[in-house]
Unconditional design. Sequence first.
Length: 149
Amino acid sequence: MQWETPEHQYKEKTNDWYASVILIAGALIAVEFLLNNFLLITLTVIGTIAFLLLAARRPELMHVEIGSSGVRTGNLLHPYTSLDGFTIAEYAHEHRLLLESNRHFLPLIVIPIPDTVNSDDVRNDIAEYLPEKELHESLPHLLFERLGF
């Protein structure tokens, strides 16, 4: 089974959103200046610029394929030997395939499933290779999506 999907859900941000981020960063920089913490000012400026650039980037289309050797996302293959389980997270606006890998850093792999693909078919195809577990996305990940990232 294979499909094309954006890397993540993208929401167009208004000028007010960008102005709010810059205003909050400016307030932080003012407080840091009063505390004479110039290293933190530098980190805040760099972090704000990176944050704005990342938020403005549109997601690229990603090719997803469930095969006999593993799950391929773009050019990256996740072999079944490196995966411990899966679940299909069903939200009101989209479904997601959650894969639990045996990596220690970022063990949860989140793959969006578009409306054109039946999530039950995905579940049946991947259940041949992996056990289904109860997995949940992290709170910071869901919070960042709610804020529009």
